[in-house]
Design a protein around this ligand. Structure first.
Ligand code: HEC
Length: 121
C-alpha cells in the first residue's frame, strides 16, 4: 500500500512538472525561440551596430520624426523600451519597426536572442 502511494505521488509530480513546463513555454514573453548562443550577442559586440543603422535616424533627439520615442543612441536610452517589451514587439513580434522596413530577418533574430538572453551590454 505504501509503495503504491509513493508511485502515485511520483506519477503526479511528474505530471505536474510536464504541465508546468508546457504552460511556461506557452506564456513565454520573450518572443520566438532562438538558436544563436548568448555569448555571441551583446550590445557592444553587434546590437549597437544594428540599432545605429536601423533606428536612430528617427529615435534620437532632434530627428524631427513625430512619435519616434526615446533616444536609442546608447544602451541606457534603450533600457525602458527593452524592459516594457516594446522593442521586442515592434522588431520581432509585429515587425512594425524599423518604420519603412529594410531590416533582415537575421537582424531581427539577433535582437530577439539578445533580448531573450537578458540584453547584455
Ligand atoms: C523612419 C523612422 C523610424 C525608424 C527608422 C524607426 N522607427 Fe520606431 N517609431 C517611429 C515612429 C514615427 C513611431 C511612432 C508611431 C508608431 O508607433 O508607429 C515609432 C514607434 C516605435 C516604438 C513604439 C513606442 C511605443 O511606446 O509604443 C518602438 C518600440 C520603436 N519605434 C522601436 C524602433 C526600433 C527598435 C527601430 C530600429 C530597429 C525603429 N523603431 C526604427 C519611427 C521610426
Amino acid at each position: 500500500m505504501k509503495l503504491k502511494n509513493l508511485r502515485l505521488i511520483a506519477a503526479l509530480a511528474l505530471f505536474a512538472t510536464v504541465l508546468g513546463l508546457q504552460s511556461c513555454n506557452g506564456e513565454d514573453p520573450k518572443g520566438p525561440d532562438c538558436n544563436i548562443p548568448n555569448a555571441d550577442l551583446s550590445y557592444n559586440l553587434n546590437i549597437k551596430q544594428i540599432i545605429d543603422n536601423q533606428c536612430i535616424s528617427c529615435h534620437a533627439p532632434g530627428s524631427g520624426v513625430a512619435g519616434a520615442v526615446g533616444d536609442f543612441r546608447n544602451y541606457a536610452g534603450l533600457q525602458a523600451y527593452l524592459k516594457n517589451g516594446k522593442i521586442l514587439d515592434a522588431v520581432v513580434n509585429d515587425k512594425t519597426m524599423p518604420q519603412g522596413g529594410g531590416m533582415s530577418q537575421a537582424q531581427r533574430d539577433s535582437i530577439n536572442c539578445w533580448i531573450a538572453s537578458g540584453y547584455p551590454e
